[in-house]
Design a protein. Structure first.
Length: 508
């Protein structure tokens, strides 16, 4: 196989339990990974956890345990959630892995030797209870913007990364690669930030010790974002399996939330340029979910738990909702009413009903066995041509993370096939024109099969059931987009019969 695709999610902090935001990015990466596989790509899909840093150390301290123990306790929450949500990641990284420490230290040293990392002094306003530095601008009325208490001027020895040198080359790169940061509005945001001038960046800390020691000066630990970003190299074999690394690097897409854009689109490419490594092809930043119009936060007790969502509404239904409800890239609002409306509307009424009525008719009128089509007429070629046009639209959108528009194309297709059924009325043909009936049911079967194929990346399990109900013996996970996109007559089908509703209607 010579088509490769490498996609990543952020690595998640382990001091918090996973919520809808974490599930969102990871499901998006999974949708893309599954889609690319059907298009014949060998996919490397990396996710993981970010274990180091002051926040993790503080959380552990509050619970009276070591940070490593906190990470070990929290890890299953993430691993189990990904299993529950049918995530097909091929790599999983913990930043406490020995292989990762080696890569971080190697790169730190390489950049240091090159002269782009130097030892200096960091000075700013420091809040002791929050253990954080703030700039003059960030202070509120001269006090800590987080807790409101007094701050003091503090100086600390620190290693700095000479990011100011990378402003020009980065700007050039952004201009030459418009697709590097997506959506476009984020690209513009990054470009204007870089135009404003880049400052050198403090990349070590001495005020806590939960991190990777700076090579040759273990009083310092490496700044958590340098440590975290490097996971994208470690996770794909850098230094440990260079064959794997050469195959998949540069990364095709880093999926992230908009809040961590600057780290990925400014810091990360600068680090890579300094390390003389190729830059990723794309950073795609998605929007944020609010909950019933309000910001999601622990203090408002409105944090959406993906485990509860999957258990209440179904894994596939939850995954589908995330991408059907809101254009990927924009902010969106979550509510239980909205998810129920999607289940009853798009899934039960449109797609689910289409599958049931189609297989029912094939069962009832053709004794479950699809015939070869006879001559086609105008309505048939209209169906086939429109299907091909919608397929092309779907593919164009999927390739650009346009999940929302891709799903619009799918529901145009379900509408088209439902309408074809109504106008062709197979129940009448069953009495009046059996030859025509075969052709019509052949077209319907193909239309439903293609809808199912297109929905597969979003709903891997429900579409697998529909695939079987259509009599197809091959696994939908192994379906090849290019073979399945055409109308064909399959001779090796299992008998087609009724199925129980794929998406039972919900009251609430
Ligand atoms: N550890 C860093 C990432 C390092 S990557 C090299 C981190 N971790 S995190 O656990 O805080 O990541 C959370 C992810 O969830 C981010 O991509 C963030 O955008 C996303 N979300 C957090 N809240 C969210 C919403 N309310 N809605 C959508 N996504 C949100 O950052």
């Amino acid at each position: 196989m010579n088509k490769h695709y490498y996609i990543t999610t952020p690595i998640y902090y382990i001091n918090d339990v996973p919520h809808i935001g974490h599930a969102y990015t990871t499901c998006a990466a999974d949708v893309m990974a599954r889609y690319k596989r059907t298009c014949g790509y060998e996919v490397f899909f990396l996710t993981g956890v970010d274990e180091h840093g002051q926040k993790a150390q503080k959380s552990a301290l509050e619970q009276g345990i070591q940070p490593r123990e906190l990470a070990d306790r929290m890890l299953p929450r993430f691993v189990d959630l990904w299993k529950l949500l049918s995530i097909t990641n091929t790599g999983f990284i913990r930043t406490t892995d020995a292989a990762h420490r080696k890569v971080v230290q190697y790169l730190f040293e390489k950049i240091y030797k090159k002269g782009d990392i130097y030892l200096g002094e960091y000075e700013d306003w420091y809040c002791v209870p929050c253990e954080g530095y703030f700039t003059e601008l960030q202070l509120k009325g001269g006090n800590c913007p987080d807790c409101g208490r007094g701050v003091e001027r503090l100086k600390e020895e620190s290693y700095f990364f000479g990011m100011s040198r990378y402003g020009e080359p980065l700007l050039r790169y952004l201009e030459e690669h418009k697709e590097f940061v997506m959506p476009e509005v984020r690209h513009n945001e990054v470009a204007s930030f870089v135009k404003g001038g880049l400052h050198d960046l403090s990349i070590s800390r001495t005020t806590f010790d939960w991190g990777i020691p700076v090579p040759g000066n273990p009083r310092h630990v490496v700044y958590v974002w340098f440590d975290a970003l490097v996971n994208y190299l470690t996770g794909v074999g850098f230094l440990s399996d260079m064959e794997l690394f050469e195959k998949f690097w540069p990364c095709d897409a880093h999926l992230i939330g908009k809040d961590i854009l600057r780290f990925h689109a400014v810091y990360w490419p600068s680090f890579l340029m300094a390390a003389e490594l190729p830059l990723p092809k794309q950073v795609f930043a998605h929007g944020w979910w609010t909950v019933e119009g309000r910001k999601m936060s622990k203090s408002l007790h409105n944090v959406v738990d993906p485990v509860e969502m999957a258990n209440t509404y179904g894994v596939d239904e939850f995954r589908f909702f995330l991408f059907r409800e809101v254009p990927f890239g924009l902010d969106g609002d979550f509510s239980r009413d909205a998810i129920v409306a999607r289940i009853n509307g798009d899934l039960a009424n449109d797609y689910g009903n289409l599958v049931s009525r189609s297989v029912n008719m094939i069962g009832k009128f053709l004794a479950g066995k699809l015939d070869s089509p006879g001559p086609s007429g105008g309505t048939d070629s209209h169906l086939i041509e429109r299907t091909q046009a919608l397929l092309a639209e779907y593919q164009k959108e999927m390739d650009a993370f346009g999940f929302y528009k891709a799903l619009n194309a799918v529901f145009d297709l379900t509408g088209l096939v439902n309408k074809y059924i109504d106008t062709e009325a197979p129940w009448k043909l069953a009495k009046e024109d059996p030859a025509r009936l075969s052709t019509v049911l052949y077209n319907i079967w193909n239309g439903v099969r293609i809808c199912t194929l297109l929905l597969y990346p979003f709903m891997p399990s429900k579409t697998a059931s529909a695939w079987r109900a259509l009599g197809i013996n091959r696994d939908i996970e192994k379906a090849a987009f290019d073979e399945e996109r055409v109308f064909y007559h399959a001779g090796d089908l299992s008998p087609i019969d009724k199925i129980a509703p794929l998406f039972p209607r919900r009251e609430g």
